[in-house]
Design a protein around this ligand. Structure first.
Ligand code: EPU
Length: 430
């Protein structure tokens, strides 16, 4: 029940260092289940989703050592169960990677999954279709537990996805990496974290080609050896700080990024009039010099504009002169946070998957609540621009995916603090 308290109106300036990518880390950590020796993973973001998935591996029997804030050593050899059904597993969406990893190792998996989420139904039919093609018998049993089993080793197969799906692509890679023969995934997702997972597995001795294109070929291997691997930087975290800097008409050097991964984001910023300069591992943006104008955005799978930056950009666009049209093409219902922005004076109307954002002269502070991780980031951005005080609640969503967000924003000039709400106060206000 803790909150963030923001006093807006200060342009952000300075440098921010981006952490490792959440959506890579939550796949690479369960992928360590497939490794036949201990491995070390570096540049892991220090966020609660990582703690959760690392604890799930521990509960399965792995030895997980935190070497430092950003490095884990994982020895999965002691794992002797393929059943991950306790409540902590249900607590995170990315638990579905346990199915692919456990299937790949034991040819069997029993994994509890969360239900829907705040931006729509989250089906896993494409994951299950892929596992079935590799020879696993899959069933969704009571209470949302997936049981996938195969009497022998899984076998390679052709898997054609009906929809481009990050999770399905990674999950089939995990299941296929030790299968007999060759698997070909067609209509694969191409996000940077897909390439990262393939690089992690290949450095351990896997044979995966084509990651980052829409056809991925995986030839099964018998053994994966230990390595030290460093996770890629988080493109969405970078996009979030950029949107915040632009909304406040500031300037920012965003360090520890792969500029290529940010192309769709920096292209939009250039369109609206922001100065963008790219370096080898950093991007500098400046929104303080030129007038900025509205733009239209359509979210798409990579290399299109990422859905995970959509809420942050809507918050930013609501402060720019003119009308922007934002179309959400990945999720059915990812505009729930808009009603919170309306409380702050934004002018946005939503019809199905389209939001029409009319820039306003001023947002004003209000008590608002995060409805999910990126929605929470959008509310922080709005709060950083708004006059007066904004109180953002349900920040547990935000802390699942943003490392040290308060410290990072404060270091670039934001007036933001965390207010700890004692339990008895929660009880009286509940
Ligand atoms: N879909 C299906 N069937 C499936 C799987 C997906 O129809 O079996 C549909 C989904 O309903 C959705 C679309 O395909 O409409 C894309 O879903 P995808 O599988 O790509 O999403 P995901 O793997 O569940 C990951 C990220 C999300 C991000 C999406 C899209 C993780 C843990 N999550 O989810 O990240 O929005 O890819 O890029 O990697 C976030 O970080 O805030 C976040 C929600």
């Amino acid at each position: 029940m803790d909150k963030y308290i923001i006093n807006g109106g200060k342009p952000l300036h300075g440098e921010v260092t981006i952490s490792g990518a959440k959506n890579a880390a939550v796949a690479v950590i369960p992928a360590a289940i497939l490794c036949d020796e201990p491995c070390r993973i570096e540049n892991i973001p220090n966020i609660s989703d990582v703690t959760l998935i690392a604890n799930i591996l521990k509960n399965l029997g792995a030895i997980v050592k935190r070497v430092n804030k950003h490095t884990l050593e994982i020895d999965s050899r002691p794992i002797n169960t393929f059943s991950a059904t306790d409540d902590s597993v249900r607590g995170m969406r990315a638990s579905y990677y346990l199915i692919g990893a456990l299937l790949g190792r034991f040819h069997n998996a029993k994994v509890a999954l969360p239900g829907g989420c705040n931006f729509g139904v989250r089906p896993i039919d494409q994951h299950l279709k892929g596992f079935a093609a590799l020879g696993a018998n899959c069933e969704l049993v009571n209470g949302g537990i997936v049981e996938a089993k195969c009497d022998t080793r899984l076998h390679g197969a052709n898997v054609y996805f009906d929809t481009v799906s990050v999770g399905s692509t990674m999950n089939i890679m995990l299941a296929a990496v030790k299968a007999e023969g060759q698997t070909i995934i067609e209509n694969a997702a191409k996000e940077p974290h897909i390439v990262d997972l393939a690089n992690f597995l290949n450095s351990m001795g896997a044979n995966i080609r084509g990651a980052g294109t829409d056809v991925i070929k995986i030839r099964g291997v018998d053994y994966l050896h230990g390595i030290t691997y460093s996770i890629i930087p988080d493109q969405i975290e970078a996009g979030t700080y950029m949107a915040a800097a632009v909304a406040t008409r500031g300037s920012l050097l965003v360090k520890n990024v792969t500029p290529k991964h940010l192309d769709s984001i920096t292209a939009k910023l250039s369109d609206i009039g922001v100065e963008v300069e790219e370096y080898d591992e950093a991007v500098r943006i400046d929104a303080s010099k030129r007038p900025l104008k509205s733009c239209n955005i359509k979210t798409m799978p990579h290399p299109g504009f990422p859905t995970d930056c959509q809420p942050q950009f809507v918050a930013m666009l609501s402060t720019l002169e003119g009308t922007s049209i934002v179309t959400e093409n990945v999720w059915d219902n990812r505009f729930q946070y808009v009603r919170e922005l309306l409380l702050m004076g934004a002018k946005i109307s939503v019809e199905g998957r389209v939001a029409v954002v009319e820039g306003v002269k001023e947002l004003h502070g209000a008590p608002v609540k995060a409805t999910d991780l990126r929605a929470g980031a959008a509310l922080i951005i709005a709060g950083l621009v708004a006059s007066g005080e904004t109180e953002v609640g349900s920040i547990n969503y935000i802390e699942r995916g943003y490392e040290e967000i308060i410290d990072k924003f404060r270091a670039i000039g934001a007036d933001i603090k965390k207010q700890y709400v004692p339990d008895d106060e929660v009880a009286t206000t509940a």
